[in-house]
Design a protein around this ligand. Structure first.
Ligand SMILES: Cc1cc2nc3c(=O)[nH]c(=O)nc-3n(C[C@H](O)[C@H](O)[C@H](O)COP(=O)(O)OP(=O)(O)OC[C@H]3O[C@@H](n4cnc5c(N)ncnc54)[C@H](O)[C@@H]3O)c2cc1C
Length: 434
């Protein structure tokens, strides 16, 4: 019998557990640990609440959790409640799938002013992440700025623009729905350091902006290279750029605008005790396609600034860390003897949900090659970990506990919504009678 600990129950953790379960059958016990009693990582806390069809991938993960030999151990933070070294004592291999939950810093003056928030915080707030339930983002001003040219920036701009009716069927948490309904924001500037050809936005997410009830996307065609230049783009990117160009042809009057400000590099955020404006430098592309400042500066008013410029993985004691990449130091997912990483903790914050699948399968195959099914490492696995956690007074939860929370959230849903998420760890534990 082999024992494996997968730390993190997001997509990468679940795909890895799925691959290990397939490779070992009844010859292994696989535990998926998470710091929360609720599973799925960014499927619950990142993916936009108005994109429910994407969240349905969790049904596949449920099947994995309910496979014989697979266990879910929630409410256990690795690095605090139990160390990686201790896990390695009890398990034959430990796979870190903890994602990249920390916002990267802008590194400009004024970024600590009230009103400047990272996307992990803002997205966490509308998605019911317990760390950000009390964020209370400033929505009383008329102007917001979203920094970044990826899909997360689009999510943030769209959520800031939607009407109450447009959240029908979503699971946006009640506190965010009420606050957004009262929001005074009318102009959202989306800033990117480079141009339309360099966006990291996908066609579906961009296309949605053209069909919002109360908001209009605005582009300046002068920012675009000649249309013939689009031919050289990879097909998906060409589609995105075509959609962007078409925004220039929309003729409509709507109360809110989303302005795409390309070739725009934020230099500073200024204001009297809170964010009021961004100081931005106009850029151009250099020979290598990087943004180069032109020296021309201008101001963008914004009392809310959301930076969507990427994430990093937190370091864990004793695990080699790549400071530049903001992830664990690894080679094809291998960190050191019997210690691996997958997903965003391995690659950094790129790719889609599906990208984590081959990633998890590759690491599971490497493990199976090293420790063939049928072999025995003589370790205590789940029983040993449970003993340790009990000794420390850590109240671990299991998948049946999650199902109880899930039922309670579904029962509390407002009309038309799949669930009303509980937004505090204590609420989860109370539901479980702890
Ligand atoms: C705002 C946002 C929107 C997105 N939207 C989409 C989309 O629409 N479509 C798409 O394809 N992709 C989307 N993605 C990308 C997708 O969410 C990621 O590819 C995927 O979630 C990465 O999986 P992961 O398992 O590596 O990390 P995560 O999903 O972050 O999972 C990490 C897990 O580890 C747990 N954990 C962290 N630290 C510890 C610890 N110390 N101990 C125990 N457990 C721990 C966390 O609680 C979490 O459950 C989005 C990402 C973001 C940020």
């Amino acid at each position: 019998m082999r024992h494996f600990a997968v730390v993190g129950s997001g997509p990468a953790g679940f795909y890895t557990a799925e691959a290990l379960a397939k490779a070992y059958g009844e010859q292994a016990q696989i535990d998926i640990l998470d710091r929360y009693p609720v599973p799925y990582g960014l499927i619950r806390f990142g993916v936009a609440p108005d994109h429910q069809s994407l969240k349905a991938v969790s049904k596949r993960y449920d099947k994995v959790a309910e496979t014989g030999g697979v266990g879910f151990i929630g409410n256990v933070t690795v690095g605090r409640d139990v160390s990686v070294e201790e896990l390695l004592d009890h398990y034959d291999a430990v796979i870190l799938a903890i994602g990249a939950p920390h916002d990267r810093k802008l590194g400009i003056p004024g970024e600590d002013l009230p009103g400047v928030i990272g996307s992990a915080e803002f997205v966490g707030w509308y998605n019911g992440h317990p760390d950000f339930a009390d964020l209370d983002p400033p929505l009383g001003g008329t102007h917001a700025a979203v920094i970044g040219n990826g899909n997360v920036a689009l999510d943030v701009a769209r959520i800031l623009s939607k009407t109450r009716d447009e959240f029908e069927g979503s699971d946006i948490v009640g506190h965010a729905l009420e606050a957004l309904d009262r929001s005074a924001i009318r102009t959202i500037t989306i800033l990117g350091r480079r141009g339309p050809h360099q966006i990291a936005m996908t066609p579906k997410e961009l296309g949605e902006l053209g069909h919002l009830a109360a908001a209009l996307p605005i582009v300046d065609l002068a920012d675009f290279p000649p249309v013939e230049a689009d031919e050289a783009l990879e097909p998906g990117q060409r589609k995105s750029v075509t959609i962007l160009r078409e925004f220039a042809n929309i003729r409509a009057n709507k109360p809110k605008t989303m302005i795409f400000d390309f070739f725009a590099k934020p230099l500073a955020i200024e204001g009297e005790g809170r964010a009021e404006r961004l100081i931005v430098e106009r850029t151009e592309l250099d020979e290598r396609g990087a943004a180069r400042g032109t020296g021309e500066t201008y101001e963008v008013p914004a009392s809310l600034v959301v930076s969507c410029i990427g994430y990093s993985t937190p370091a864990i004691e004793g695990v080699p860390y790549d400071d530049r990449g903001g992830k664990f130091l690894n080679e094809s997912g291998r960190i050191s003897d019997r210690l691996y990483c997958v997903g965003w903790a391995r690659r950094g914050p790129t790719g889609t949900i599906g990208t984590n699948r081959p990633d998890g399968y590759e690491v599971a195959e490497a493990i199976a090659a090293e420790m063939p099914a049928g072999s025995d490492g003589g370790r205590s696995g789940r029983a040993g970990l449970k003993r340790l956690l009990e000794e420390r007074g850590v109240r671990a939860t299991d998948f049946a506990d999650w199902r109880k929370i899930e039922r309670a959230e579904e029962a509390a849903a407002r009309a038309g919504s799949p669930r009303e998420k509980m937004v505090r760890v204590e609420q989860w534990l109370e539901t479980l009678g702890r």
